[in-house]
Design a protein. Sequence first.
Length: 469
Amino acid sequence: VQGVGPSDGDPVGAVAPAGGARQYRTDDQLPEVAALTTDNETSLDAALSRARAAFVADHPASRQAHEWAQRSMPGGTTRSTLYYSPFPLVMQRGTRCRLTDIDGHERVDLLGEYTAGIYGHDNPVIRAAIDAALDDGWNFGAHSLTEAKLAAVLCERFPSLELVRFTNSGTEANMLALATALLVTGRSTVLVVDGGYHGSVLSFAGGGTPLNLPHRFVVTTYNDADQARSLVRAHGADLAAVLVEPMLGSRGCVPAEPGFLAALREAATGAGALLIFDEVMTSRMSSGGLQLRQGIIPDMTTLGKYVGGGMSFGAFGGSRDVMSVFDPRQPGSVPGAGTFNNNVLSMAAGYAGLSQVFTPDAATALFERGERLRHELEQRCAGEGVAMCWTGLGSLMNVHFQREPIRCATDIAPETERRELFHLEMLENGFYLGRRGFIALSLEIGEKETSGFVDAVTEFACRHRSVLT
Ligand SMILES: Cc1ncc(COP(=O)(O)O)c(C=O)c1O
């Protein structure tokens, strides 16, 4: 291919990390909160212009890399979630809970790879498991011992899992869980939730996306048990599945009220439909997911993210009855193929992570650390008297710029510009998080990092009080 590569201006090769760039973080020291401005800025526009200009000035290499990437990927990205304006940062390396971008800025990583990075960036146990797997070679086109060990740990921990199958992503896990539910029930309608996200072709925020799978979806409001019950009644005879996240993850970390999940459980059973919990994000809420913590057990569960130890991963499973449709020994079984379903890196990293690092005790400790952080953030924001609140559960949380309570997707004020300002200023202060204000703590995040973040958020609230009320 002509005109591509380092000779054509590969910015990664051409631009050395800026030696003189501001160092936001050092390994052993939290920085001062950057002196962004001393005035209490009275206009959101003015504050945003300043923050954008500072971001652009501080990240010439990321900007150049992004421009170069646009030549060969739409919008310069192969993963839309990672795009934000003015341009997304490009990272050079990750160490423990810190990320360094190609302009040389080091930050505390509070995003935790949108929950897939629970082990941080270079956990030695995961590294050793991957090294050992590589030592034995890869691409066997055969079983290894590790996949059954990983399956066994998952079935031991998650109450709904008697049998499990692996995939390469959470999206694929949900696609297959739905296909399985349609097959075993012989029905075709699926009840989902407004704001639910189950992958790039199963996204139900604001009416869904044109890429969604062509199933017959019926959409209910999150945490509205009456509406869900009446939709199940209306579609019951053809209802194959109810697919729900036990906490809306991508859509702002909105926890399900226990009554809502209980109502779904009862209604699905009554209609003869399968209740599927998408625990791709929430599986970290205990050793056995949010289902174990809340005591509501679905018929099927989907998993992904960190469960593969940071490698590509997805899984779906359920009762022996349901999952036996994939048993190749059974006459009429369906073929659940997938070249990389048991790839040795995901299996080895996943098993090592669950068996040695993300133990049940570690899961409890992480949940509690997250709860403490969210309560502290809530208190500080309330103390500053600003319209800022934090939703979430355990180690997953999201900021919102409003005072009104949030129980479903449409309760969330978009507040795009305030989210942008918050994001850019947190980046400037040395904290990496999602543009939508999303945080997923990794096991590497400690008290020093969380208290530094609480201070940065408090400063932000104080500095921008006039545009946050
Ligand atoms: C709840 C939930 N389900 C499914 C997915 C899709 O997983 P993947 O990105 O691995 O396809 C995600 C990803 O963010 C998710 O949050």
